[in-house]
Design a protein around this ligand. Structure first.
Ligand SMILES: Cc1ncc(COP(=O)(O)O)c(C=O)c1O
Length: 368
């Protein structure tokens, strides 16, 4: 991180600043007195806005007062959701490669994460249902998956979502879907359509939780606002737990998040168009390179090429950094199934992305 002149594509965030209309909303909120404590489940007006968003984008009806808990980030939603369902000694199944914080949250609850890798079948990652079945023990309580995936860009299709839901129902498990990248989707009928949520398939009686965040779609990583959707009893527990961890997300940040939902579509559409172009630029640079397997990602802002001959992705990334000044994340950081791949975050300016891809492809062609 301290090295000068590095083309940085290892972060998990866009390099775009928070749009002005959101910053202005926060300033207005401060001036309007949103500086006091709020409910532990979040501002009722923000919960209503989130429910309205699900109605409009997903055709899903949620009770804002009973099924939505505003959290101080997606990370916090993962944390309270996981802690609400796991006792010490319990086990959780986690589909990997994945952002490691899910498995770490399981460990923080003194439970064990059993990582189940997505197999790469031809051009697409899949869910290994046989491995899931085989991993269930009497202590298994939860299955966590991420769609769109960080780092794969993989998006669960409806059949896979139904399969995961059926599996969780049959085995009596909680199903937790991390959907923080659902608006960053390039395979819908229109750019801007979200990935269909698992909530479309679940009933209100299913043990299903959804983790979400304002960080990625609205370039609000530093603001720390997210939410959890859960059945009423779980949402009530998560709200109690919220009190003892952080009480609630910053009140004026919640108010600004409300504005993001109400006014954000135009800015989001611009960002998506740019991200899709960036994705295609990187795909074009990498596909066709000997020894590189590059499944086309349908969501998020990452590419996860697998590179023949790489058995230590950390060492690979270190050499790439030292020799070319391109910073990528090693696949091994994302758990089982990640070794042998590298993660490229393409939410960067062209002036960084283009030379970075040129240097990376030269490094790969030279046999590194
Ligand atoms: C898959 C996934 N879930 C959740 C988060 C958490 O985002 P935040 O805590 O900024 O809301 C991230 C951030 O990188 C992520 O990649």
């Amino acid at each position: 991180m301290s090295m000068d002149g590095v083309l940085r594509l290892y972060f998990g965030e866009s390099n775009l600043p928070t749009p002005d209309y959101i910053k202005q909303a926060a300033v207005r909120a401060l001036e309007d007195g949103y500086t006091f404590y709020t409910e532990n489940a979040g501002l009722p007006s923000l919960r209503r806005a989130i429910a309205e968003n699900y109605r409009r984008l997903q055709a899903v009806e949620l009770d804002p007062a009973g099924q939505i808990v505003v959290t101080a980030s997606g990370m916090q939603a993962l944390n309270v959701g996981i802690r609400s369902v796991l006792d010490p000694g319990d086990e959780a199944l986690v589909l990997t490669p994945a952002w490691p914080n899910g498995s770490s949250s399981v460990a923080m609850a003194n439970a064990t994460a059993r990582q189940i890798p997505h197999p790469l079948c031809g051009e697409r990652y899949r869910v290994d249902f046989d491995a899931l079945e085989a991993a269930v023990t009497p202590r298994t309580r939860l299955l966590l998956y991420t769609s769109p995936s960080n780092p794969l860009g993989w998006v669960a299709n409806e059949q896979e979502q139904q399969g995961l839901l059926d599996f969780a129902r049959r085995r009596g498990l909680w199903l937790m879907a991390d959907e923080v990248y659902d608006r960053l989707y390039y395979a819908g009928s229109r750019l801007g359509d979200p990935v269909p949520s698992i909530l479309r398939l679940a009933t209100r009686y299913d043990a299903v939780m959804v983790v979400h965040s304002f960080s990625k779609s609205y370039c609000m990583t530093g603001w720390r606002v997210g939410w959890l959707v859960a059945p009423r009893d779980l949402a009530a527990k998560a709200t109690e737990l919220n009190e003892f961890i952080i009480s609630h997300a910053a009140t004026f940040a919640q108010k600004a998040a409300e504005t993001a939902l109400a006014e954000g579509e135009e800015e989001l559409a611009r960002m998506l168009a740019r991200l899709k172009e960036n994705r295609d630029l990187c795909l074009e640079a990498l596909s066709g390179l000997a020894g590189v397997t590059m499944p086309k990602p349908d969501g998020a802002f990452y590419l996860f090429p697998r590179i023949d001959g790489v058995t230590d992705s950390f060492a690979f990334c270190k050499r790439l950094l030292e020799e070319t000044r391109v910073g990528l994340a090693p696949g091994v950081a994302f758990g089982a199934g990640g070794e042998g791949s590298i993660r490229i975050c393409y939410a960067a300016e062209r002036s960084i992305l283009e030379p970075a891809m040129e240097r990376l492809t030269r490094f790969l062609r030279a046999g590194f």
